[in-house]
Design a protein around this ligand. Structure first.
Ligand code: NAP
Length: 316
């Protein structure tokens, strides 16, 4: 008898082919994320789950599972899974770090450059037919990149690659982690110094109880009025209502965001009305190459996890 697995969404055909060779595969189709009641009824019967960042795998969902050996998420972030509870239940957790580092660091640098040089803002001006006159010497100017200080919050895999890219643009790099460490790319500093000294603050910490709304109004008030925030990590690391307030009141100069408190965001979100904001629809890892690698790893992870072994990339 083949072991049963549930996918909350489709994966690439090559991955599905490999999975079907080994497992009895159920793929949720329809509403994304999978509605909780449907997830709870389907998970009851399977040995393995492949999920995505929008699927909330909490205690209730884990308790609904009767035979579950492994949960493999198609992401590096695993804040949507109750890891401690899953571990207690001896469920192996797989995830997909490393392979998405470059793609996400690329997007972080793209958003930063776009924000500072006002590219998307200009695109909007042209598309809306508002480019009526040739700009003069002082009109529509951006901010120089070279010589500015980039502050990295979370100098891990993606933070380090962001730092490397920023160095190539002539930026100075400072960074903060919980554990002090040295890096040839920049200087370690306290969180307070990071806030006060950065011209651009780029967020690369995971979303945890500790990082929940780690950037709020009191923190933004410590930042330079000319500074920018870039967030490709998780939306809830910033208190979004405070960010909107800070942008309106010019407490900081702008923000570039790939992630939000609640996704997807729509036109009613005040961020969509601000010219000093660049928005992306959570596409940090969205390249063909990266997504294929994530699928390859997910297949390997679940094969191992179902056998009770540690996935190749295992949350410990
Ligand atoms: P990582 O290698 O684990 O790096 C995270 C870094 O954050 C570590 O250096 C860690 O160092 C630091 N950190 C953790 N908690 C902290 C805290 N409370 N205060 C200060 N520093 C803290 O993770 P990664 O692979 O770079 O990924 C980072 C995050 O990016 C993921 O968790 C995910 O949520 C997000 N992401 C988003 C997308 C997207 O599509 N937008 C794509 C990929 C990843 P210490 O342990 O020393 O503190």
């Amino acid at each position: 008898m083949k072991k049963k697995i549930l996918l909350t969404r489709r994966l690439h055909e090559f991955a599905l082919k490999q999975l079907r060779k080994k497992f009895d595969v159920t793929i949720h189709s329809g509403k994304i994320p999978m509605p909780k009641n449907s997830l709870m009824s389907k998970i009851a019967k399977v040995d393995g789950l492949i999920c995505f960042p929008y699927d909330i795998i909490d205690k209730q969902v884990i308790d609904a599972a009767k035979n579950l050996k492994t949960i493999c998420t198609y992401s590096v972030g695993y804040d949507h899974i109750d890891i401690e509870y899953a571990k207690k239940k001896k469920i192996k957790i797989g995830y997909t770090p490393d392979v998405l580092t470059d793609a996400t660091a690329d997007l972080s640098i793209i958003l930063m450059l776009d924000l500072m040089r006002r590219v998307t803002e200009g695109d909007r001006i042209i598309r809306q037919g508002k480019w009526k006159e040739i700009y003069g010497a002082y009109d529509y100017v951006g901010t120089e990149i070279a010589g500015k200080t980039l502050g990295i919050l979370g100098m891990g895999r993606i933070g380090t690659q962001m730092a490397k890219r920023a160095k190539a643009f002539g930026m100075n790099v400072i960074f903060h982690n919980r554990k002090k460490k040295s890096s040839r790319l920049g200087k370690y500093c306290s969180y307070d110094q990071l806030l006060r000294q950065s011209d651009v603050l780029s967020i690369h910490v995971p979303y945890t109880k500790q990082t929940h709304e780690m950037i709020n109004l009191s923190k933004m008030k410590k930042m330079k009025k000319t500074s920018f925030i870039v967030n490709t990590a998780r939306g809830k690391i910033i208190k979004e209502s405070d960010l909107i307030f800070a942008l309106k009141k010019k407490i900081i100069a702008g923000a570039a965001l790939d992630v939000f408190k609640s996704e997807p965001i729509g036109k009613t979100n005040p961020l969509t009305k601000m010219n000093n904001v660049v928005l992306a629809p959570h596409i940090g890892s969205s390249t063909d190459e990266t997504r294929e690698k994530m699928a390859e790893i997910t297949v390997k992870n679940i094969k191992l996890g179902i056998e009770g072994k540690n996935p190749i990339y295992s949350v410990k």
